[in-house]
Design a protein around this ligand. Sequence first.
Ligand code: ARG
Ligand code: ZN
Length: 880
Amino acid sequence: MKDAKPQTVYLNDYQAPEYLVDRTELTFDLDPQSTLVKSHLKIRRNPVAADSGGRSLPPLWLDGVDLELLSIAEDGELLPAQRYQEEPGGLSLTVTKPEFELEIQTRIAPESNTSLEGLYLSNGMYCTQCEAEGFRKITFYPDRPDVMSVFTTTIVAPAKYPVLLSNGNKVDSGTTDDGRLRVTWEDPFAKPSYLFALVAGDLQYVEDSFTTSTGRAVTLQLFTEARNIGKCEHAMVSLKHAMRWDEVVYGREYDLDIFMIVAVDHFNMGAMENKGLNIFNSACVLASPETATDAAFQRIESIVAHEYFHNWSGNRVTCRDWFQLSLKEGFTVFRDAEFSADMNSRAVKRIEDVTLLRTAQFAEDAGPMSHPVRPDSYMEISNFYTLTIYEKGAEIVRMIHTILGADAFRRGSDLYFQRHDGCAVTCEDFVVAMEDANGADLKQFRRWYSQAGTPIIEVEDEYDAERAQYSLTLRQRTPATPGQEEKLPLHIPVAIGLLGADGKALVLDKFGSTDTVLHLTEESQTFTFQDIDERPLPSLLRGFSAPVKLRYGYTGEQLQFLMQHDADAFNRWDACQRLALNTLSSLQGQYRAGETLDTPSALIDGFSVLLQNSELDPALVAKMLALPSAQELAEQGDEIDAAAIVAARDFARQSIAVALKPLFLARYQALDQRKPYRPTADDIARRGLKNTCLAYLCMTQDQDALALARTQFERDENMTDVSAALAAMVEYGPKDAAEQTLESFYRQWQQDTQVVETWFGLQSSSAGFGTLDRVRELMAHPAFEMKNPNKVRAVVGGFAMRNFNQFHHEDGSGYEFLADQVIALDKLNPQIASRLVTPLTRWKKYRKHEAGQIHSALKRISDSGELSADLYEMVSKSLA
Ligand code: ARG
Ligand code: ZN
């Protein structure tokens, strides 16, 4: 049973399923090479499809990939061969009655499954990943989200797998006659096959409990291999916070008696929200102060919450089809972002999310894979777990929240959950619930779902002193994207405020408001404010109220003024970013023209003020001191000149480091308090600014600065400080010393998978250290594993996605290397190959020389033989 040839699927072709599956009973007899799967399905004609479909019974289609069909019976009788037909991608069955039961036996080989989709082995433990279309690699089934069924799962396994898990509640367990273990799980909530999960292994667990708002006790269990049992606490605490938050903020209570999380080392994505049995990439759930950085602690908190929140936004109410993926992902990302904002610093969380959006989502939306948040078509759905679906999708939900207001948004979400509980629905249903609950009109707003590309807003202003009138004129346009030449004006909420010359907020209306939301709905619109007694400075797009590029001709002085006085913390940071972007873009121009580069005095002055102000939130200061990444600069410019970007950035950072060394040092010393590690917002902020200062200090390459890094490293207090010191030593210190330090670090941590991943990533992404030769050495290291996505992401991804300097080496060797790895990976794991090819897909944006090199690397992939559907879609769309 091979997969079908890559074909394009269209949203417009959607048809309700011909048949429904009321009950699904599965029995797994586990074996690495020969797992037997018995499925017993209670099937009936879908009345909805029958209404429109005439009287004869159409064939039943069951998806199936890489399965060996052993037998198939209907209502207890083996089916004769003429009743069914195996085809690429599945099985077609002649139907003779509107209701019947099927019993299907298949054989699969989890050990040979390197795609990590379906049932596979990770360090000897069985686990599953079924979203989006992995269930078809387990058994023949209508593997689509609008077929929802009640599942009962029996697992039979040798005694060396004492832990046998599936969705729902454990209803039976025992041993078979031949001494194997048998457990049965029943999930009372009807669900699509993509939410199915199974785990079997020799696992330990930690247990806790949570009492819901109505007083029900829920058992919480987190399963890992024994060596990781000490790394579960943070995830458990995060889970309980998330459960409470969803009750308070959304009125959502957990519904089963047990909630389980399992940590798995081999995993394609971050985590998966299977009903009652979430499965996590171990890097996204396991943490201890000694082994995990602050960033990891915060990532874990948000992913644990994200998967938990899916229990309502995803599981209780799911997607009708995969074009609606953002229905659950955009909404759930918005929910987890608000949760993280409530748990930590709201402004910092927003800054991090916006940085990701501007760097990577804007780039995606300007490239060959650009697609609307609700795509019209796809070849391989795995390719559409994108920043656009997730992050831009979350921005759409945030805009609805901004437009309606918090209370109205909550009324809308209550109606949405109430109306669609137990159903598979669409993005349209979500918007309609928001409208119906509030009598609101989101007609034009809907275009955000169907129109791709990042809108650009140009702003001009005018002040009329005589009339005391100030007006802002906003013009919007969205650049063409593949398959979408014409763009319509969107409904864009633009949050703003006005600052007076003393930095105070001006009053905007007769109610005394000092901020407001402009509703830009036309191509061009002018908004006028009365009784404005002085020419104000506008603070625009506060809190990044819409995912757009906003242009306004701020001067350097105005940006510095905003950095200090804007009431909106996000916009203070953004003013600093704009200042840095302007500086870096003129430095790039000077570099290209062969001129000497100007000292970035405006930035140095601005940073000097920041460093001396101990009143400001250190986390915000750290964010302001961080220059935009090379990737972000690449997205911003019209044509990417990699060498100019690297030169401009290095020069600016170097100049800042040298000019402000005493201030960095003073701040470093003040913040370097030796307290026991706690992952609280305050402590994370302190360590963040401290380590930003350390990095700048080490950029000077001065002995005393590098000695600080060494001392911090040797104190070995927590992984945040240790890895920051190590990174600084590797990047800026002498090479021999770096080699030795890396070596001893590895010896200390070689048993710890997560730390080894950090160790790999730190080297491969280092601008100075992570040469292609080094990356090849890392791939030959015994701890590297091509079949483990985390290792591949750390080494190959670190180099191709986070090491702008070395990856874009002028001889094109980085591109050829990536092409080789993509070709090799495609045979093992198409999803990973397809993600990794991303940097090559943007070839058109580079200068002619690099564009040619990247194009030929892509071409070589395309000519390398038969590609997976995943990789084929990426490569063919990029070459088109
Ligand atoms: N639903 C999961 C999450 O966002 C991600 C699943 C990704 N699966 C995939 N095949 N790409 O929490
Ligand atoms: Zn999700």
